[in-house]
Design a binder for this molecule. Sequence first.
Ligand code: ATP
Ligand code: MG
Ligand code: MG
Length: 380
Amino acid sequence: GATLGVLGGGQLGRMFAHAAQSMGYFTAVLDQDATSPAGLVSHQHIRTGYEDPQGLTELASVCAAVTTEFENVPAAALNQLAASLPVSPAGSAVAIAQDRAAEKAHFVKCGVPCAPYAVIETPEQLAAVNDALLPGILKTSRMGYDGKGQIRVKTRAELIAGWDELGRVACVLEKMLPLAHECSVIVARGRDGTIVNLPVQRNLHRDGILAVTEVYAGNLPATQVEQAITAAKSVAIGLDYVGVLCVEFFVLDNEQLVVNEIAPRPHNSGHYSQNALDVSQFELQVRCMTNLPLVQPRQHSATIMLNLLGDLWFKDGGDTPVAPAWDQILALPGCHLHLYGKVDAKRARKMGHLNITAATPEQVRATALKAAEILGIPAF
Ligand code: ATP
Ligand code: MG
Ligand code: MG
C-alpha cells in the first residue's frame, strides 16, 4: 500500500491515520513530539518541526500524498511539499485560514456575511476604530484557537489596554453579536470540483472551547440549515479548495446567519461522523487526498458528541489525574468512546470525545444527559 503523510501529530492526525489505515494505506506523521497521538499510531514518525526542510524532504520521499491536521503549519512547508507530490489543502488556502483578516476578506468576496470588524495593525488603525464595533472581541489575527488570544472589550479604554495585553500584534476587532445558536458545516471537495457536505452541526461552546455537538432533525431552524450549507460550499469553492473544510457560523437572535471562521481540516464538531454517518470526515480527507470518489455521507443515527476535556480527570479536587468511570459510560446504549492516547491529562486539554447515537433525538438526548451527569459535565 501507498503511504499517506500528515503534518501534525495531534488527535486529528491520529483519527486521520486510523481512517487511512482502515482503507489499506500506511501513514507517516511529521511532528516534533515523541508521544504525539498520531505519531504513536503511524508507521513512520518524522520527529522534526515544520520549518525543517530536511524533515519535509524525508516526508515527501516516503509519501504518495500529504495533508495537514494543524491549521498553523507554515504555508511554506505545504508549498515545498507541493513541488514534489499532491498536497491538500493547498498552502494558499491554509494561508487564508491562518489569518483572520484574510479570512474575513475572503468571506466578503464570497458574499457571505460575517460580523462587522476592523483590522488593527497600527496605533492609527486602533484610534480610527468606529464606536459601533463596541462592545467587541479583540482577536489576534494569527495563531488563536480554543478562545486563546481573545479579549472581550466593552469600552475604548479596554480596547486600548487589550491591544497592549495582546502584545500589539496584528488583530481584528469584531462586534460582539447576540448569538441564539452556533453551528458548523463540514464540506469535502475533490480535485475535480465534486463537493459533498456533512449535515449541519449545532455546537455549544463553554469558555471558548467546543463542549457539545448535536446533530439530528430539528436541532436547528430549516432555513438556517439550507443557508449554512450553501454558504459553506461557496466559501470552499471561492478558495478552489481541495480537502476537508469546516465553516463555523453564528445564528443571531434575529435568525440571521453569520459566518465566524474556517478550519482547513477535519474539525472537532465533525467527530460525530465516525459513528453517526456512513462516511466519516476522516475518510473524506483520505478520499480527497487520493482522488477517490466523494459520496454524500448519509446519517443513520441521531447523535450527540461530548468533548472530554482534561478537567474531567480532576473531579476529585486533587492534583493527580484520575480517569472517569468509563465502565458506567459504556454501560449506556450507543456510547462510543474515543480517547486520544495523550500521556498527561491537563485542564482544558482535549483528551477524547464521546459519540452517542440513538434512533431518535429524544433517546440520544436522554442518554447524552445521563452520560454528562456521570462525567460531571453540566447539562445542556
Ligand atoms: P476555535 O478553537 O474554534 O478555532 P477560536 O479560538 O478561533 O476557536 P472563535 O471561533 O473566534 O475562537 O471564538 C470562540 C467562541 O467565542 C465562538 O465559538 C463564540 O462562542 C464566541 N464568539 C467569537 N466571536 C464572537 C462574536 N463576534 N460575537 C459573539 N460571540 C463570539
Ligand atoms: Mg479558530
Ligand atoms: Mg472557532
